[in-house]
Design a protein around this ligand. Structure first.
Ligand code: F0G
Length: 339
């Protein structure tokens, strides 16, 4: 196994002797989803991006952004984040031996992502504001200070993330539609770039949480709210590019409610054995609620691992079964599983 810069160097802006900061990201599983296929009446595949080293697709962009930062002599990388970019930055900065600082919205990032960012030694700054405010502030800091911004406004992030589209086309050949959650709108922009570079044009269907759906509303949302904290974003940085991807691919951007997201989240875990985080389930929720046109072969991008957000999982899952340490009690407790 290799990291994605090594795998796709001929299609990425890195020369043979450039420094590479990698944790062997990319090459993630593409899993057929038989029960989902049956429900939808089409062939549906799940791209399990939670299998990346830090548990989300962000590692694809981060290997490129941090490698480029190191090439340029950066000593500190920074980002604003709803959590996954922060965790990924922290890991790749640690790997590179440089400093990392992340600005996250106070109280609105999942526990696992916070733990990851802190464990990797990044400076975690809890902003009394939302993601959009954090991104605006961090952009200003980068104009004033010698620190490198690795949010998806950084073009190297998109370069790395486009490789997921390469993997889909390599494995599936023809693909009619892509279903993908949309927050800051970098990822759908990157997939579309990747598809175009290969001469492919699957319809891109983007899904936002109803309480944080600026692209659907057509204007920024000042106070975005959703249980899917990763996509709690009211003013996406890649607005124009994402809208272009939906239009040019004959796809659409639609909203799904928190209830629909949580239904898909629980259903996937119980019926396909795939545990993703709530934001990721927006892709499947969107497919179930809105469909994907006439598409026969569909890929849903599951952007992050379910274990990132244990709190939401425990709130949504069944209760544990208390039991005395007695054989009969244990037998009853176990056999109850068949009921
Ligand atoms: N899914 C997950 C799990 C995410 O963490 C994100 C974005 C998205 C989907 C949406 O991707 O922003 O490219 O449209 N998370 C960013 C972060 C904002 O800071 O971790 P997008």
């Amino acid at each position: 196994m290799t990291g994605l810069i090594e795998r796709y160097r001929d299609r990425l802006p890195f020369a043979d002797d450039d420094p590479v900061v990698s944790l062997q990201e990319g090459s993630t599983p593409l899993v057929h989803a038989p029960r989902l296929s049956e429900r939808v009446g089409a062939e549906v595949w799940l791209k399990i991006e939670g299998a990346n080293p830090t548990g989300s697709f962000k590692d694809r962009g981060m290997t490129c952004a941090v490698s480029d930062a190191v090439r340029n002599g950066a000593e500190v990388v920074v980002c604003a984040s709803t959590g996954n970019t922060a965790a990924s930055l922290a890991a790749y900065a640690a790997r590179a031996g440089i400093g990392g600082a992340v600005l996250v919205p106070e109280g609105k990032i999942a526990t696992g992502k916070l733990a990851q960012s802190l464990m990797h030694g990044a400076r975690v700054i809890s902003l009394r504001g939302n993601f959009d405010e954090a991104l605006a502030l961090v952009r200003q800091v980068c104009d004033r200070q010698p620190v490198a911004l690795v949010n998806s406004v950084n073009p190297f992030r998109l370069e790395g993330q486009k490789t997921a589209a390469f993997e889909l086309v390599e494995e599936l050949g023809e693909l009619d539609a892509l279903c993908i959650p949309v927050g800051n709108a970098g990822n759908v922009t990157a997939y579309w770039k990747g598809f175009q570079e290969l001469g492919h044009a699957p319809a891109c269907f983007g899904f936002q949480a109803a309480g944080a759906a600026p692209l659907v509303a057509g204007h920024p949302i000042e106070k975005p709210e959703t249980v899917a904290s990763a996509i709690r974003i009211g003013n996406p940085a890649r607005w124009e590019e994402a809208m272009n991807a939906f239009t040019a691919s004959r796809g659409q951007v639609r909203a799904v409610t928190d209830a629909q997201i949580l239904d898909a989240y629980r259903w996937l875990a119980r019926n396909e054995g795939v545990f993703c985080e709530p934001a990721s389930a927006a892709s499947v929720a969107g497919l179930l609620v809105h469909g994907a046109g006439e598409a026969r072969r569909i890929a849903c991008v599951l952007t992050g691992n379910g274990i990132k957000d244990p709190q939401t999982a425990l709130e949504q899952a069944g209760a544990v079964v208390p039991c005395e340490p007695v054989l009969g009690a244990v037998e009853d407790a176990i056999l109850g599983a068949a009921a």
